[in-house]
Design a protein around this ligand. Structure first.
Ligand code: NAD
Ligand code: TYD
Length: 352
């Protein structure tokens, strides 16, 4: 079996669902259920003996040691993190606590477990750390997309905390021999995405007749990857990645934010036209830019393609259409996540 952390979040939740759809290998799912964790995402696994959910913190060494001893996983896949740049600007403390201190504690728990494994299990064990392209900083319009060899130049409290966690993972390999793998992925989108992030926020605000907030001039570029393609990349790296290596994961799908928002508006105009006959475009609103806003992210995923033969299956056009349709079909999940705490955040961030 494998131990997944943060498996009630957006990517971790999709990973667990896909993992159990693709194989019969059991999953222990450790998640703190912060505002971003949603047990509802895992509802379809109720009664499935291959999935055990444990409510807890990656930084709780006693709990993690007990889970490792009891279940003896052959791998740990670490998704658990604070993940939202805007929140990291308002309150960086939680990011340092979970992404840096939490990862450190998790590494120590895993190292103690791994060191005591019999030879063959020790050799087969993997710790896969899920990270982001934001650790590389920002690109100019004509820069080559991020390669694994780019220098780390994080610019936000979020990306700095993820960079720190990547460095710890690297050091635990170099110093202690822990068999680690790291993936640095570009922006994900798809089902079960918490609506504080651009794509789900825009879909839900559009349907609610609310403004679609564009930071600054909307010409910032992100390289969008459908979440299930990210999950397949992680499965592939876990299966065949070279120890101690990092792999960049991306979809070769660079888009300016304004284009993404307009694209979503066009799909909604077709699938769920407004009652007044106007286009959703009319809800687009320019708001104050994010401080320190990175201009462009883009991933060169050549290493992953050449070494491990991975390729994304969705284009942006196919993935975004599926995503919009999923939000239209998943009102119950949406109702449950847009609760009091979510409304407080929206008021704090967009209230003015
Ligand atoms: P998310 O915020 O949706 O989910 C994070 C999950 O981790 C939540 O379920 C939360 O409850 C859990 N968690 C938080 N702190 C915890 C702790 N101390 N102990 C146990 N569980 C804890 O995040 P996501 O978008 O699913 O991202 C998952 C990982 O992928 C993160 O490490 C993130 O940095 C990375 N990543 C995200 C993206 C993206 O576009 N969302 C892109 C590349 C990499
Ligand atoms: P986000 O989904 O928060 O991901 P990240 O900051 O990790 O890339 O934001 C994606 C892009 O969309 C980013 O350039 C910021 C921008 N954005 C807006 O323009 N308006 C919004 O309301 C949000 C949440 C993001």
């Amino acid at each position: 079996m494998i131990l997944v952390t943060g498996g009630a979040g957006f990517i971790g939740g999709n990973f667990v669902l896909d993992w159990l759809a693709e194989s019969n290998e059991a999953v222990i799912n450790l998640d703190k259920l912060t505002y971003a964790g949603n047990a509802d995402t895992l509802k379809s696994l109720a009664g499935d003996a291959r999935h055990a959910f444990v409510h807890g913190d990656i930084g709780d060494r006693e709990l993690v040691a007990r889970l490792l001893e009891e279940h003896r996983p052959r791998a740990v896949v670490n998704f658990a993190a604070e993940s939202h740049v805007d929140r990291s600007i308002h309150g960086p403390g939680d990011f340092i606590q979970t992404n840096v201190v939490g990862t450190f504690n998790l590494l120590e728990s895993v190292r103690a477990y791994w060191s005591a494994l019999p030879e063959a299990e020790r050799a087969a064990f993997r710790f896969l750390h899920v990270s982001t392209d934001e650790v590389y900083g920002t690109l100019s319009a004509d820069d080559h997309p991020f390669r694994e060899t780019n220098a780390y130049e994080p610019n936000s409290p979020y990306s700095a905390s993820k960079a720190a966690s990547d460095h710890l993972v690297r050091a635990w390999h170099h110093t202690y021999g822990l068999p680690v793998l790291t993936t640095n992925c570009s922006n994900n989108y798809g089902p079960y995405h918490f609506p504080e992030k651009l794509i789900p926020l825009v879909i839900l605000n559009a349907l609610a007749g609310k403004p679609l907030p564009i930071y600054g001039d909307g010409q910032q570029i992100r390289d969008w990857l459908y979440v299930k393609d990210h999950c397949s990349a992680i499965r592939r790296v876990l299966q065949a990645g070279r120890l101690g290596e990092t792999y960049n994961v991306g979809g070769w799908n660079e888009k300016a934010n304004l284009d993404v928002v307009q694209h979503i508006c066009s799909i909604l105009d077709e699938l769920r036209p407004r009652e007044d006959g106007q286009s959703y475009f009319s809800q687009i609103t320019y708001v104050t830019d994010r401080p320190g806003h990175d201009r462009r992210y883009a991933i060169d995923a050549t290493k992953l393609a050449d070494e491990l033969g991975w390729k994304p299956t969705e284009t942006f056009e196919s993935g975004i259409r599926k995503t919009v349709q999923w939000y239209l079909d998943s009102q119950e999940w949406v109702q449950n996540v847009t609760s009091g705490a979510y409304r407080d955040w929206v008021n704090q961030q967009y209230g003015n």
